[in-house]
Design a protein around this ligand. Sequence first.
Ligand code: ADP
Ligand code: ZN
Length: 299
Amino acid sequence: MNGRLVAALESGGTKMVAALSRGPDGIVARERIPTTSPQETVRALVEFFEREQAAHGRAEALSIGTFGPADLDVESETFGFITTTPKPGWSQTDLLGPLRDVVGEVPVVFETDVNAALFGEATWGAATGLKNAAYFTVGTGIGGGLMIDGGLVHGSGHPEMGHMRVKRHPDDPFEGVCSFHGDCLEGLACGPAIEKRWGMKAEDLPKDHPAWEMEAYYLAQACVNVLTIAPVQRIILGGGVMHQEQLLPMVRKQVTYLINGYLDLPEELIVSPELGDHAGLLGGVALGHRRLADLDEQN
Ligand code: ADP
Ligand code: ZN
């Protein structure tokens, strides 16, 4: 289960979780740092890695899964930057650079937070051993990650599946909350969309409220859209909104209805994450291990 020591970071819009870790049973040091200004946050991260490496030894890889949009293109001058985020102060922030300076000249992985979480689940969690899987996190926003043939998918940027278009529910006049598109998937189905549509926090809505049928209707479309583009064996649905346990079976049922017999759906197609809050961080560790193994193979 455990391997070489990795400096891993799960970089979120509200908090950072940094660790020195060898795997799920080998977290040597870990710290939660609130995401405030870039200067303050990055300084705290640098201090953490400096201190913990002095205590526990040097990491062999540095691996980051971050909120975005972020520049993941290793050829780019701004590789490792947070790019156009609406998050105040963070636009065009070099996240990787200062951490690389403190961790040292080691192999680096810079990924999206959802792709990292997906890779964690594919290594130690709900998609262990599978080569084709997708992950959606349904929380303050909606993020999506995709793995095909064992590799995380990127293109000219990274997948932005949270902003896919969906067909409106016939009983839904709500305009949506996405500041770019209004009624994209995120605009209609993230936590704040539920709250604004129904005038109540998502976690306070009764389990039998029509909100959940509508939510399932949108999330099922997201699953079906993924399935028709990339035939994955598993779709993991996580994030705060998915804490509603009645929701997962409702999504499964809608997916079956929408596919309408056209595809043979794998058993256990749509599942909950297994690594919980640790998925992103462990995904970072797993990605670090994978990078080191790939480099070993090349040499
Ligand atoms: P973030 O996306 O900021 O990382 P979360 O995944 O916890 O954090 O998502 C927060 C959103 O999830 C909020 O909109 C909140 O209302 C919603 N949420 C949190 N817990 C629940 C719950 N038990 N049931 C439904 N919605 C929830
Ligand atoms: Zn959008």
